[in-house]
Unconditional design. Structure first.
Length: 255
């Protein structure tokens, strides 16, 4: 990877650690037997376009690395097993987690996706809140057997850190995400980097997608978008809502 792309990647990850200046899609999948999965995908290509605009789009596109494709998948298992600050129960919840990073700038792809299997519907809340802890153990360097020469390392951006301010309440026929409004407001007010990055966050979205095992009968949110079979609901939120109107992030679905 040459210096141009290396600088670009480094800049993106500095911003990743500081704030949430890109679209994030979180998906919750609930199976009929109560198991499921939680995933979080960070789409960073908009940030690449922004940085390219600052440094010259043409020079970026003419660089040979622009046409290269990087695709790395990491499994947390070994690092989670060795973690000293996780309980056995927490390790069991995170042991099969993985992360994928893909960068193919010519195809307008640059994303990071974290996948967390969920064994039982009651475990969604624990897995969701443990996400920042799991990300601490995701580290791949250029010498990693699972890598392809792309360095991937992060402790998670604010998209994951703020998971502690939400409760996931789920049962046999319902799924609810409830924000702790006052706690999230206090956190946002204290985090100077979030306040400074407001201008960049105005176009960034937090997208919540829930895949239910049966057609959804009810969704307590006015902006819900349903799939044709009504088993999937998509909710789009502005990142500014995190700072200014966190109560808008609440939703509950029933099937």
């Amino acid at each position: 990877m040459n210096n141009k792309i290396s600088r670009l990647t480094l800049t993106v990850f500095v911003m990743l650690l500081m704030s949430s200046c890109f679209d994030v899609t979180e998906e919750f999948t609930i199976n009929k037997n109560g198991s499921g999965s939680y995933s979080m995908k960070m789409d960073m290509f908009k940030m690449v376009e922004m940085l390219a605009g600052m440094g010259g789009k043409e020079s970026l596109e003419n660089d040979k690395s622009f046409k290269e494709k990087k695709d790395t998948t990491v499994y947390f298992k070994d690092n989670i097993t060795r973690a000293e600050d996780l309980t056995k129960e927490e390790k069991d919840l995170l042991i099969n987690s993985s992360a994928r990073m893909k960068m193919s700038l010519s195809e307008k792809e640059f994303f990071m996706k974290f996948d967390f299997p969920v064994k039982a519907i009651k475990s969604f809340d624990q897995v969701y809140k443990l996400t920042p802890e799991a990300l601490k153990y995701m580290k791949v360097d250029n010498n990693s057997e699972s890598g392809d020469g792309m360095k991937m390392q992060t402790e998670g951006g604010d998209a994951a850190k703020t998971n502690q301010f939400f409760d996931i309440i789920a049962g046999d026929n319902y799924f609810e995400k409830r924000v702790k409004v006052e706690e999230l407001k206090a956190y946002s007010a204290k985090d100077s980097s979030l306040q400074q990055m407001k201008a960049f966050m105005k176009d960034a979205k937090m997208i919540s997608v829930v895949h239910a095992p049966q057609p959804i009968k009810k969704c307590g949110h006015p902006d819900a978008l349903f799939s044709e079979d009504r088993k999937t609901v998509t909710l789009n939120f502005s990142y500014l809502d995190y700072l200014e109107n966190p109560e808008k992030l609440n939703f509950r679905i029933e099937w």
